[in-house]
Ligand binder design. Structure first.
Ligand code: TEU
Ligand code: CA
Length: 539
């Protein structure tokens, strides 16, 4: 039986994990060659970003064929081998399902373009607005309008993301049938989990101008999302792990999607804690993050999900976010301690933790200084938009260096020399590979990597951490993030010092047993700079 409280999921960005044939692009054989490493870390499941054939305008999130492997990553035999080899080591494979849209190179879309009505109904083809121009004023998530005109049809099609990613019409039962067939295909191969990309955008409310927004209220958490999710769950059964990526969701809806009784998703990614450094919600303007805002946001969500019986995917890093160590910690000073503190916050809260490749060794933002280094479509579009808005080259590059998704997509740092590829990597490596790499981490017992292993072991041994209640502890000092996890008689206290100063801790914890600390010799009365400490209440 699937037990979400016991899962620890590791996200692999295949393009940047391990290249096996020197073409500079990571691949499935590369992943297979690193399974022993992942087993040693102690994770239970590997989520792979899309590996299907794709023209690659959004690094594989523009899928041209849902039932094949892109030759750059290998083939179906390789995938089968990966599933078997992972299973031997106690890990399941979760694949990324991008069903809000297909690539415009997908066979369905091509047939739609050639005039087949049946396939036009797979998408949203709409007539121009009465006065001409796009049917609505909505904005694409990657900038500009989200409608693309097709002259020979005289119609526009909807793309909430890039124009190479056409939105699918889930209202059409034929589309849902195709999707079930895709799921069956992968289940048959042995896949045990699915991550559903932007799944709360699949049910569109109405096609009208948005008078006070970018259009998101017309397609976010639409009326039929839950119905569609229930159909999927009924089809795949209860033992398949599913995680939904939820864009701009409310806590109420997030809990509803993930409550076991509702039989929709096993759990969900939500992003509010990753917007605490967006001034007025704007990603492409810089602002230092505010610790209290971060803590209150995390706490509010933890509490709401607990009260309403939902289940969160816990994460600070993924392929869409700059590295959390550079963002919420410090990548120049006390790096290892900051990385451990963020690890503890990910692995000891209520939900299922996700580790994104490289965070377990303390990888940081690449912070490219030159536009040529960027590969990501969103970053390149944003560059143009910022420049058009009058920002200087220098200011613009500074913003990209902090905010670009490419910060998370640089090659995995296996050795001082890199170790990702024998060839030319598809995206530049982070030059700190000389000091931040797997080889050195394995040798150093105090490394971030070994701390992750300890934390994982600790989590697995504790009911309180895996499935206990969470409760905030208010400390005298406001810069400590502290909470309690409890289950039966077991009570665990987690303390995180979000400053680079020594801070005294309350006396009532003095008799607690130290289970784990990011400092070699934890001081009973004080937390060291950016220390995290996990304590157990003794009888
Ligand atoms: O992301 C969807 C999403 O809304 C974001 O996290 C998005 O990347 C962000 O707003 C941009 O800053 C998913 C995938 O994770 C992402 O990689 C894809 O680009 C996107 O869907 C489209 O499929
Ligand atoms: Ca390769």
């Amino acid at each position: 039986m699937l037990d979400l409280t016991k899962e620890i999921i590791y996200q692999i960005y295949p393009r940047s994990f391990q290249d096996s044939n020197g073409d500079g692009i990571g691949d499935i054989q590369g992943i297979i060659s690193r399974l022993d490493y992942l087993e040693m870390l102690g994770v239970s499941c590997l989520w792979l970003n899309p590996v299907y054939p794709s023209p690659g305008c959004d690094n594989g999130y523009d899928v041209a064929d849902y039932k094949e492997i892109d030759p750059v990553f290998g083939n179906l035999q390789d995938m089968k081998k990966l599933i078997e080899e992972a299973e031997k080591r106690g890990m399941k494979i979760m694949l990324d399902m991008v069903f809000n849209h297909t690539s415009t190179e997908h066979g369905w879309f091509k047939r739609a373009l050639s005039g087949e009505k049946k396939y036009q109904d797979y998408y949203f083809f709409k007539a121009p607005a009465p006065g001409g121009g796009p049917p609505t004023n909505w904005k694409s998530k990657f900038g500009g309008t989200c409608w693309e005109y097709v002259p020979n049809l005289g119609l526009y099609y909807l793309h909430l993301f890039d124009k190479g990613q056409a939105d699918l019409n889930w209202e059409n039962p034929q589309v849902r049938k195709e999707i079930m067939e895709v799921l069956d295909f992968w289940l048959e191969l042995g896949v045990k989990g699915f991550r559903f990309d932007v799944i709360n955008l699949i049910s569109k409310r109405a096609f009208e101008d948005d008078s006070d927004g970018d259009g998101r209220s017309y397609y976010t958490d639409g009326p039929k999302v839950e119905q569609y999710l229930k159909e999927i769950r009924a089809h795949i059964g209860e033992d398949i792990l599913t995680v939904g990526e939820l864009s701009s969701v409310s806590a109420e809806r997030c809990a509803a999607y993930t409550k076991p009784e509702n039989r929709e998703l096993s759990m969900a990614f939500h992003f509010h804690h990753l917007k605490v450094d967006y001034p007025d919600g704007e990603k492409w303007r810089l602002m230092p993050f505010d610790f209290n805002h971060l803590r209150e946001t995390l706490h509010e969500w933890d509490m709401k999900m607990q009260e309403k019986g939902g289940w969160s995917a816990l994460f600070f890093n993924c392929h869409d976010q700059p590295r959390s160590l550079s963002r919420f910690g410090n990548d120049r000073r006390y790096q290892a301690r900051w990385a451990k503190l963020l690890a503890s916050l990910t692995l000891t809260r209520r939900g299922t933790p996700y580790i994104y490749q490289g965070e377990e060794i303390g990888m940081t933002n690449a912070g490219f200084e030159c536009l040529d280094d960027y590969r990501d479509v969103e970053s390149l579009n944003s560059y143009q938009i910022l420049r058009d808005n009058g920002l200087s080259e220098e200011e613009t590059l500074q913003i990209l260096a902090a905010r670009s998704r490419d910060n998370a997509r640089t090659p995995m740092q296996w050795r001082r020399e890199g170790g990702f590829t024998e060839g030319e990597p598809w995206i530049s490596e982070n030059q700190n590979k000389r000091t931040v790499n797997v080889e050195d981490s394995l040798k150093d017992p105090e490394s971030v990597f070994h701390f992750y292993r300890e934390l994982i072991r600790l989590r697995k041994s504790s009911d309180a951490i895996q499935k206990g209640r969470i409760e905030m502890i208010r400390m005298d000092n406001d810069s400590i993030y502290a909470y309690k996890r409890s289950y039966g008689d077991e009570e665990i206290v987690c303390l995180h010092n979000f400053t680079e100063n020594k801070l005294p801790i309350r006396r009532d914890f003095k008799d607690h047993q130290v289970l784990l600390s990011s400092c070699e010799k934890p001081d009973q009365t004080c937390l060291s700079p950016c220390e995290c400490r996990i304590l157990k209440k003794t009888a």
